[in-house]
Design a protein around this ligand. Structure first.
Ligand SMILES: [Zn+2]
Length: 225
């Protein structure tokens, strides 16, 4: 997940259930997160100048079949990708909580982080931020600018979080992103949050089956060609 909350949970694996959930929802944004938010706030104001704001259709989604559920606009920055920033990466996350929890915190302006997509264990996909825009999900400004973030409900230390339906649906989502922006289907361009430079996050964790996932993405990408 985004900036601070899930890392707190990840560093304390003995904390479970309600404790994790409390941390996720109630955690304050760290000092570093606030600084990032401040600079992103300036970016957003610039885009709101008359004549600069691009027209958007309310409720429009980038991924076919996704349900639009808007994140708080404090958790992302308006942009015009891929024209202002090229998109060459997909970042895979795990929520450290359920689907509803992810939606709730991404709608919360105080959370300071959100991903473009949230995938439920039955394969349902919510899009919360347009791919045009920069979501605060990787904890790294340049990686946020160049990537699309996909959250998966569940916990890094719980293998059963990752269902067949989730892998299939997420792989189709990633394949569509790779097609839209001509991103190579490989592990240089489809990475885990843990692989983002400077992060202390461990998601998607050791139970995320990368071999299986990449095979599914390749298959879905070929089907789209
Ligand atoms: Zn994450």
């Amino acid at each position: 997940m985004g900036e601070e909350q899930d890392s707190t949970a990840e560093r304390k694996p003995e904390r479970r259930g309600i404790d994790r959930r409390t941390l996720l929802i109630g955690g304050a944004v760290a000092a570093a997160g606030t600084a990032v938010l401040a600079s992103d706030e300036l970016g957003r104001l610039w885009w709101r100048l008359p004549g600069v704001v691009k027209k958007r259709k309310e409720g429009e989604v980038d991924a076919r079949g996704a349900q639009w559920i808007a994140a708080s606009d404090y958790n992302w920055r308006r942009a015009d990708r891929p024209d202002d920033y090229g998109i060459d990466m997909v970042v895979i996350h795990v929520v450290q909580g359920g689907y509803d929890t992810a939606l709730k915190v991404f709608k919360d302006p105080a959370h300071g982080a959100a991903a473009h997509y949230v995938v439920r264990k039955d394969g349902h996909v919510a899009q919360m931020i347009r791919e045009l825009d920069v979501a605060f999900h990787a904890g790294n400004k340049s990686y946020n600018e160049r990537s699309i973030g996909i959250e998966h409900e569940g916990f890094v230390d719980k293998k059963s979080s990752f269902t067949d339906e989730m892998y299939e649906s997420s792989a189709r989502l990633t394949a569509g992103i790779c097609k839209r922006y001509d991103i190579p289907v490989d592990r240089k361009h489809i990475i885990g949050h843990v692989e983002v430079p400077g992060t202390d996050h461990t998601d998607p964790g050791p139970h995320w089956d990368w071999d299986r996932y990449m095979k599914l993405v390749r298959k879905a990408r070929t089907a789209l060609a």
